[in-house]
Design a protein around this ligand. Structure first.
Ligand code: SF4
Ligand code: SF4
Length: 188
């Protein structure tokens, strides 16, 4: 699959009728975790209690849910802010309408991945995990600094065990494909 344009559509840009996908909300009603999305009456409790929204000018779970209700599928799935949720479940606990907000965000992310929208940072982390067993490549400079300060060497990452653990996780194979690589045997 070719990766869609990386452009993020701001929720503040005027909405065009051509963007609306009226079937999106019905698709969400059938998915585990987002069955109650239409019960949201936009009270804003999820956003006001969200620890991430407190420190972000753009992350608003209420807005993502509203966009989904309106059928703005592309805006939701291409939103960078989708990936800021820390999955703390505060919103789910406090929603007066029993909307499982954190699970709705998970559903959005899964759909985003299926539609080729994975932020570059997660593709890089995936590549690093599969290559080295570490989520981040440790710069040579840092390794030398450890040595110069008499610290013991870092344990070697076990990429083979990581591959076995992640076997069958669709995110991994999607991230690899979108990064231009072929899925490893562990992901096929
Ligand atoms: S707390 Fe619940 S009802 Fe209120 S905006 Fe969030 S999802 Fe909607
Ligand atoms: S689960 Fe995500 S959206 Fe909900 S309160 Fe926590 S960080 Fe915010």
């Amino acid at each position: 699959m070719t990766e869609p344009a990386a452009t993020t559509v701001s929720s503040k840009e005027p909405i065009k009728a051509s963007e609306l996908d009226p079937k999106f909300k019905y698709q969400l009603l059938k998915m585990h975790g987002s069955e109650k999305i239409l019960k949201c009456f936009q009270c804003g409790t999820c956003t006001s209690d969200c620890p991430v929204a407190r420190y972000s000018d753009s992350y608003r779970p209420r807005t993502l849910i509203h966009m989904a209700q309106l059928g703005l599928k592309d805006r939701v799935l291409k939103s960078d802010t989708l990936w800021l949720c820390a999955a703390c479940f505060t919103c789910t606990d406090r929603c007066p309408q029993d909307v499982e907000v954190a699970s709705v965000i998970r559903v959005f992310r899964n759909l985003a991945v299926e539609n080729g929208c994975i932020p570059q940072v997660f593709k890089d982390q995936t590549a690093s995990l599969l290559e080295s067993g570490y989520a981040y490549k440790i710069p040579e400079l840092r390794i030398k600094k450890r040595e110069s300060q008499g610290l013991p060497p870092l344990p070697k990452g076990n990429a083979e065990n990581v591959k076995k653990t992640l076997k069958g996780v669709k995110f991994i194979s999607n991230a690899q494909k979108q990064a231009g690589g072929q899925p490893t045997n562990a992901q096929q």
